[in-house]
Design a protein around this ligand. Sequence first.
Ligand code: FES
Length: 526
Amino acid sequence: MKYMLTFLGHAGFMYETENEILLMDPWMSTSGAFDSSWYQFPCNHSLGDDVREIIETTNKEVYIYISHEHKDHFDVPFLLTLKLSKINFITPKFRRDHVASVLNKLAPKSVYTPIDSELINIGNLEIRLFLDDQEIVRDSALGLYDRDSDFTFLNLNDCKVYDRVDELFDIYKKFNIFTCQFSGAVFHPVCYDYPEKKYNEISKSKVNGKFGSVKNLIDKFKPELYIPAAGPPVFLDPNLVSINYQEVNIFSSPFKFKKYLHDTLPELNVEVPVPGSKFYFKNQQFDIKHPFENIEEMYDEKNIQNYAKNYDYIFSEREKQKSSYDPIDVQKRLLVELCSKLNGFKIEQKMNILLEFSLSEIDDTSIYIDFENNHIDIMDKFKKSSNPTYEISASVGDVGRLLDGYLNWEDFMLSFRHKLKRTPDIYQVAINGFLTMEKEDVPKFVDNLMRLQNQRERITIEVGGVLYSIDKYCPHQGSDLTTHEIEDERFLICPKHRWSFDLEDEGKAVGQEASINAVDLDGDGS
Ligand code: FES
């Protein structure tokens, strides 16, 4: 029996036909991702050798799809170990061509960069990529149709094209296997300074929101099989390992999600995979084989502890390298870097906010950025500021590694090796972008943000018998709000990241400084 789809761990899959092999986002490096802060879970490192050998010995045409630049999807150290002259890469044509340009430098057989929804024919496979190309997020999903077996696979990984369900249905009509991320993966609230109770409340509500939106998506697609994948990772660095054992956080186990789906969509077929799980599809039937029996055991705490022990050496070396940095020198270099970012940050909106960047080893001074007056400097630590503030702190060694190019800004933010605090506790798109972007991308980010904020296309919706006119695009990252959910006949929920807008309060976002400018067309809201 020939298996068609193999799970490679995290968001990685391999699809085989008679003449082609397509790998998707193989993340298999023993150094993990984001400067070794994230590791694949369950561990998939032993599969790396198998993949290498398959590529070396096969006569089939080999394709590797890279969905986006996050290192848990774009694993350059692993790609470098493959026989690159045999590999055809497929990666989206994003405005920032970072992935394609790195791939081209690897001198593979070819690099193909399709635009959104473009049809790519690979033997009997029809492939399309669906792009989410914002400045603060760049990601893609892959749809695959195998004409030979009439098999459809939709791989959303962590790409939130949640507002394109109708379009995907029009193209594929049915989905045999659907996979997408079900767990949280961002630094909120993990890195924020919250009291435990608040941390738990935020985490719980994020988990519920994520579970709910993925469940709704699954319910719309009605796949024959859903595979929970694309995380969560595990944290093996002794400085981060406690995250794995928190009673409540945004990183959910796939078994918990499976149970939730069982309760809410009892008809749905769900299979939790482990690296090496194989899915064969023939005559509209699935046959699934896992590499061992009790896959739930992989999630035991003991297993995580053993995993961490195996990679102790990576973290001891990292700590040694970190201790070579001089705090004052790093602070000065950080000032120069942030100055360059600020130079490109020509934002029209009023930003009455102070950003404080501290290094944990320096007690008396911090870098302060006053966006309102476009001013940045190293200053004595303020006792207290009455202005809204956004505070970030990290160790000298971690910032030194960032400045030395071991990782970029987005990787640094995703490494969870920093602490954040915002007063008041309101999400600030602009500050988030300022911190996450590379300096050369800051101007484009600002343009995009301004475009979003000035975008005034409107749509009319009916909620509880009342007509509202609202902005068509979400002020967060521009999702089309024609597709939305309504809660309590009052709150409009954006399909992408589930921001909630209160229609009875002029469309103001709950807990964020943003609005969809809702106007009650019936006049009095009745
Ligand atoms: S685009 Fe992120 S919540 Fe709407």
